[in-house]
Design a protein around this ligand. Structure first.
Ligand SMILES: Nc1ncnc2c1ncn2[C@@H]1O[C@H](COP(=O)(O)OP(=O)(O)OP(=O)(O)O)[C@@H](O)[C@H]1O
Ligand SMILES: [Mg+2]
Length: 253
């Protein structure tokens, strides 16, 4: 479902992604890990076509994303699910309207907002809110929901969108542990129950280990770990996350 071959992206002299080669299958839930600036967001943005490769290939759902232009690129973006740390919801609209907006590429904008959307789309929005445990909150304005509830509305919107590939950039970084677990359980269900391909950047090792099938670690734009979760050793985690701190400690001495 996802194939990167020597994907490279430079910003001026800085190389955010350096010859990244990666394959992700249908139904897989992959954790993208690595310290700040490692290239996680750039990789996710390359997959949905917001960042174009400087070199190499990125193929998602059979499309050569780097070669897409205009309408085709727009279509690709609308067909890939995106979940963000800061939710990116319409704060003043209800949970229902936000969930329904996942259907925006299928129905014209005014119909989404005037609640004149086809019955099937409205039913899909309610089903999605039910699945994320927010059926009773459908009419509530999103700016009155908690962070965890907002992120679940974002998952509901993605369900209505119905993409084969879901990308999540630090989806639980702003959430308390219980809300984070709930959101990660939903993302795992999108992969394991629905067969979607889910790639999420995560900072917490514990969450990545518990919920994801596979770990892909980036360091300065390089893939340094690509393995089933159970095969990633404590040493590898330590090196990945404490390498920098260790260097700093040594310098301080
Ligand atoms: N639009 C841009 N212009 C210039 N440099 C950029 C741009 N986007 C990313 N970079 C650089 O590319 C590198 C990788 O950034 P990226 O945002 O992908 O890291 P990240 O792993 O998502 O980090 P974090 O965990 O802090 O979100 C960084 O050095 C960053 O400064
Ligand atoms: Mg990032």
């Amino acid at each position: 479902m996802i194939y990167c071959d020597n994907l490279t992206r430079a910003f001026g002299t800085a190389t955010a992604l350096d010859r990244v080669t990666l394959k992700v299958a249908e139904g897989e839930f992959v954790a993208l890990v690595g310290s700040s600036g490692a290239g996680k967001s750039t990789l996710l943005r390359s997959l949905n076509g917001f960042v174009s490769p400087t070199a190499g290939l990125v193929v998602v759902a059979g499309r050569d994303v780097g070669a897409l232009r205009g309408r085709d690129l727009q279509r690709h973006r609308s067909e890939v699910g995106m979940i963000y740390q800061q939710f990116h919801l319409v704060e003043r609209a209800s949970a229902f309207r936000n969930a329904l907006s996942g259907a925006a590429s299928r129905i014209s904008a005014w119909r989404t907002w005037l609640a004149a959307a086809p019955v099937a789309e409205r039913a899909a929005a309610l089903d999605a809110l039910t699945r994320v445990g927010l059926a009773d909150r459908w009419a509530q304005r999103v700016d009155t929901l908690s962070g965890g509830q907002r992120q679940r509305v974002a998952v509901a919107r993605t369900l209505v969108q119905n993409p084969r590939v879901v990308l999540a950039d630090e989806p639980v970084a702003s959430l308390d542990p219980a809300s984070a677990e709930r959101v990660l359980t939903l993302l795992a269900s999108l992969a394991h129950d629905d067969g979607r391909t889910v790639v999420a950047s995560l900072h917490q090792v514990e969450f990545a280990s518990r919920f994801c099938d596979r770990i892909v670690a980036l360091d300065h734009g390089h893939v340094v770990i690509d393995a089933p979760t159970a095969q990633v050793t404590t040493d590898q985690w330590e090196t990945l996350y404490h390498g920098e701190q260790h260097d700093l400690a040594v310098e301080a001495v």
